[in-house]
Design a protein around this ligand. Sequence first.
Ligand SMILES: [Zn+2]
Ligand SMILES: [Zn+2]
Length: 768
Amino acid sequence: MRRDLIFAAVREAGRISRADLVRRTGMARMTVNSLVADLLAAGVLAEEAAAPTGERAGRPARSLTLGPAAGGVVGAVISADGVRVAEADLTGSILDERHHHIDTSDPVTALDAIASVITGTGRVWSTVAGLSAPISGGIVQSSSVLPGWAGIAPAAELSRRVGHRVIVRNDADLCLLGEVGYGVAAGHQDVCYLRVATGIGCGLLLGGVVHHGATGVAGEIGHVQVDETGALCHCGNRGCLETIASPRQILAALETGYGAPITAEQAVELARTDATAERIMADAGRMIGRVVAALANGINPSLVVLDGPLISSDGPIVSGVVESLHRYAQPEVVESTAVRVSALGGRAALLGAVGAALRATPAARGERAFASASSPAPSSVAAPGRRERLVRREMIVEALRGRGSTARSDLVKITRLPRAAVVDILAELRHDGVVELCAPAEPRAGRPSPHFRLTAGGGRLIGLALAGPGIRAVVADGTGHVEESLTVPFPMSNDSHPILRATAEMARELFERHGPEARIAVSVPSPVHPETGRFGARSVLPMFSGFAPAEEIATAVGRPVLVENNAQLAALAEMRRGAARGSRDVLYLKADQHTGAGIVAGGRMHRGAIGYAGEVGHLNVRDIGPLCICGSRGCLSAFLTPAYFGALLENRPSAGGGSPGSQLAAGIFRTGEDRLLSLASGGDRPARRALLDAGRLIGRIVAPLCDVLNPGVVVVGGRFVEAGAFVVDGVREALMRHCAPSAAAGLKVVPAELGSDAEVLGAIEMLL
Ligand SMILES: [Zn+2]
Ligand SMILES: [Zn+2]
């Protein structure tokens, strides 16, 4: 255990003095010296002379580094021209990088050769290999790059040959990880990596995790439809981005203009001096940028990385992308999205394989390291930010859900988080009453690891939701079973103070009634910044701008309070107890005049860099459209207003009775919407058609998000669903028509099951 700490500190620092080790580990100098001596003798650590500082007299301090017996990782990339291999030590320093020109056309002989290259590198803890072909369920799919490999299970084959677990991934994923580990994306949690090459592809890092989607086809940005009457694409759809803005199109246009074949390098040069070439490439950049803007609004990355043979940082494609991003994304999103060009070139996938191997290296066991003269260690022991903590908290709770008693060591394996982080977050969850210590489900051999389970029957869970017509509250027992629910009418006004005060007051009363173990989460109709906890949305709901709702309510209650955006919580609730049960990749669409979305990626809520993920109401429908509250023109929300339905509502008799929600004193935005829903419920065909069309519009505009996120289920909720399934049918029809065939295949589009309770139940789910 104590050797763990020493080892982890050296691994993290790379090079550290004994004095700093004493400071960092908090152990006595004598203890540190004795442990270091053991590890040095075993070759796990090494010592090197430090540069003399000149300030101190006497013996110069010598710094400690990882020794040869600490071992390392191997990254490899297998492609048509052989295999490139990189070795790194456990601090991530690259020790060696080589290209082996072996024949990869026959996978069996190639795998033998690759395995001997890997074992030849010495003590290896983890190997990750990238393959230039799609892999699904561990099996290589047919591809023109490595045609002979179809049907092979490369990970199993390599693991058997080298004697340790080898992970094999598509090399596009690894390019993204290369940027995160060694390139421009270092330190970012939410990244869109765009490769503009033969095709246009996209890798997504969401909350620090590479996203693959429900059927593994996430990132199909090249087949986002940008022109429904455009040229036919090989995917079967029309007007895909690839048919308009791929390098092949750009080079073909240049060749036609210049009457001679042009290489990518020549095109980049030409664009510096020739106005036509510059214009052709800038235009392609603007087209790509329109789709990037939709992703920025919908997924809210902090970084967009551009890579490819025609991409140069001062070139016209990049400036075209930036121009469109500024034009079509919301102002706050533009401010928080950086656009950078990859600097890793052809090394991205290889460095990504090294990064993935470092991540896959099991958490530290300094004792074991000593015993076997080797050990991997946590990839990071730096204090994580609030947002990272939230994500890690959810990963651990998600891992415990449905598992019952689970060993802490198993949680480290399941979540792949650093052991220190798991220990730390379990302590926090225990303090909050979310988890408790328990006995192992069955006796285990070896050193016991503490076992944890989710607390059942403990304190009450209180969910509150601020919605247009009032404040909704639900009280549930420790397992999430609802015991009590109530609604207090409270109209939304232009001043957010009264409703926040009323919510805080209600939270305080419920908390007093249900005792000190109760925990509270609040759903709010505005994005919440994941780091600061503040509403950032001047452009979305101006009256909420700048408040820190969690702090305000927590001050009134005297307890910590969790606050989250309503559509995100609805998505979580529909996944756990509603229409998307059983799916881990869900897009929840709140279909009403403030259309929004909630994204669940790999079972976890996706919030985005500044909490704006799912703001689909500000996706562009038409350049010359109505002005929107965000300052752009032609946003989706600007279309679905009462004014948009105005002509339909004029001179039309109200269908008597059955007016959904009309008894909830309509808020300031509501009257037109209530009337439309009332007409549709009463059987009015034009009103029903209007809702079907609204669904088609929403579906068409969010189709790019489905192409890139690859959800298994799209749940349509929101007030428009109250009048029947018309809007759901419209969304389904449009998604099937406009999504890339790969994303549409197997996609389910279903009505929400939880109705207006989804948000408040999501608040309860967040506490579970
Ligand atoms: Zn296509
Ligand atoms: Zn807008």
